[in-house]
Design a protein around this ligand. Sequence first.
Ligand code: BGC
Ligand code: BGC
Length: 876
Amino acid sequence: MHIRHALPWLSAQTVLGASIPFADIDSSTQLHKRALAYSEPHYPSPWMDPKAVGWEEAYEKAKAFVSQLTLLEKVNLTTGIGWGAEQCVGQTGAIPRLGLKSMCMQDAPLGVRGTDYNSVFPAGVTVAATFDRGLMYRRGYALGEEARGKGVTVLLGPVAGPLGRAPEGGRNWEGFSPDPVLTGIAMAETVKGTQDAGVVACAKHFVGNEQEHFRQVGEAQGYGYNISETLSSNIDDKTMHEMYLWPFVDAVRAGVGSVMCVYTQANNSYGCQNSKLLNNLLKQENGFQGFVMSDWQAQHTGVASAAAGLDMSMPGDTVFNSGRSYWGANLTLAVLNGTLPQWRVDDMAMRIMAAFFKVGQTIEDQEPINFSFWTLDTYGPLHWAAGKDYQQINGHVDVQGDHGSLIREIAARGTVLLKNNGSLPLNKPKFLAVIGEDAGPNPFGPNACGDRGCDNGTLGIGWGSGTANFPYLVTPDQALQARAIQDGSRYESILRNHAPKEIKALVSQQDATAIVFVNADSGEGYINVEGNEGDRLNLTLWKEGDALVKNVSSWCNNTIVVIHSPGPVLLTEWYDSPNITAILWAGMPGQESGNSITDVLYGRVNPSGRSPFTWGATRESYGTDVLYELNNGNDAPQQDYSEGVFIDYRHFDKADSPVIYEFGYGLSYTTFNYSNLKIEKHEVGEYTPTTGQTEQAPTFGNFSENVEDYVFPSEEFPYIYQFIYPYLNSTDMAASSGDAHYGKTAEEFLPPKANDGSAQPLLRSSGNHHPGGNPALYDIMYTVTADITNTGKVAGDEVPQLYVNLGGPEDPKVVLRGFDRLRVEPGEKVQFRAVLTRRDLSSWDTEVQDWVVTEYPKKVFVGPSSRRLELEEELS
Ligand code: BGC
Ligand code: BGC
């Protein structure tokens, strides 16, 4: 195994966190010589702002705490204790002298991963489909409560990267939607909910981790790809600001306590040592005050990553269980020998403690960690990887509360009715025939496959680290049968896809209403399911779902199709068949799956979910795809985001391409009328660029320069195998570093200004003391209202959507800027109201390096989807 050097001796390429501009690709790669995308250096790393709005109190508490710490204790906060070292997927070192326990970092964005007596919530993509801020918040809060109840300090979600550039992207379902505004709102609500419940949220993966293929070298090599560096997502400045960065800014503005940097490179610089991403975009321009933690094994350098803005190394070892770290002892050494200034380590510690205090945690009342990620056994080694300290490690604490009803509601509200010829809602059907493996259980149990890495039985969630263990999984078959019995309907189900004889015999009977359940699955790259290395290989249904639908609908003229999937699938071959009387997308609903879909099918919940992505007719019609093959020899695969801001509906609109169902689309059991669009203009004054300077970098406390104070105190406690400590092995600094190249000075390998702690000029686009960029961006420039009338016979929720055309020749036809979910009684008229901020009307100007409202005439649209823009008016 290749172990990287602990203290980096780096080529110019890695040090700068950037490749050499216009470097030629080795001709042996047989590629054309071309300029590689390049990431500009931005140093020094911004330190916390004591006046940052929303952080003032947390800052004061952190200052009081961090000022008491020794250098070793500060380092202990920044560095994970190693893979499997204790109970959580990641833990920091503790500070026993002051009573601070080890902080627990734990997946996942839809439930506490790897434990028991927790809930499995609907995945992000289903929450997005609710278009309901309240449900987004309540889910975030419930997730926070469960994490808190297990002793988790930082819950590793929500996800805005992947955003969903390619519909095949394996982890899209962990996030929300390829629309940055919808995702941004979902991020902010989830962050607020989670943190209000007392747990630090983690906005991940920042940024450009849009596919699983080639995200990690070892993982890709395991699949047989001969590569030496991870994929580079090559994203231009405008696309970065207007698409991929956007939802992270919303998370920052909502006060998120941590951000996880990515495995992949951005413009040929690794995500966790990319000073453009971390120093410039996140901390300087957007005023992020929390801490940046690495994705697991995404750190590749020591001092260079510290200077580029990384604040916490996870899980702390260079590679899992190497027993070595880029930080730990090496971070201690870097400060001791002057390679890294004290202020940078102090700032890391400040950011970590401020996030901790900000969510209401206290040193005195930390919840003990009462589960082990590594086993469900009650007793086992506390130090899991080392097999040491056998004791009770699982309390089996039930943290579910009454979350089942919320889960049921979210999944029902997030179910999208794509087609309905009048067969729905069901009303005491005489004979219900339910068909398909996706309606039934996994015969080996809902948790049979580790991290849900298989597609057996009904699909509740995808696979990977973004999963949790089901406390139960209500299958569609169970819930529909229970309802049928209650109604006196005849009910039979065939929970197989391959049983043509039996299925035909059943569904061709008189009075059959057939409901066919089909699915497609995807997940994280470290698990390969049926040949899909995380990313989907295609957009078709799994397990010959198309054939199943076509067969059933050829035998039964009242066939209803329900789809569980992480995103779009191709419906082209059958969606318009007259025998297919209804189609529903039930996303990834979580543990209450069967109850939620039954609620919708029977009209207990009138569907109001909206598709958070476009359903194209072909895979090619999306214009973007996963890069499945190496394209740069065995060097970093290059993925150019050459489509710019044109993904999903922006792309389909630009190409003037027909779609099967558009972004924002979804039917109801009632009908709505849109009228009376009104736009009110507010006087907000001019945009004021931020000016001025920061304070100089503060330090908190002193550190001893006596090397003897840093040696492992073996008389005080035993050394645990593979555990990552902040201590040196001996007073021999070079030997303790484990680095063959020890001894280079900062000047020799760090970029200019990396260690400059003097006052720094503020960016014009930044918000002096306001996280989320220049506060003038959030000035409300217009209020838009419209009347929505329920013209049908039943009560229902409508999701009016506000779109804008920004007017320029390069601008998308429309972009989503607002929405609401409104309850409307039959015959009732309600008012939809949304605001347009300056940010909503701005474009990123790459010359000025700021947001500007262009001179182009702009237009506002309100309607029930991105292509049904019923009302429109010019903005003046
Ligand atoms: C994933 C993260 C996850 C971490 C810890 C990584 O491989 O990309 O999303 O939080 O592992 O499990
Ligand atoms: C772990 C995940 C982690 C992944 C990293 C897996 O073995 O279970 O938590 O995200 O490795 O590749």
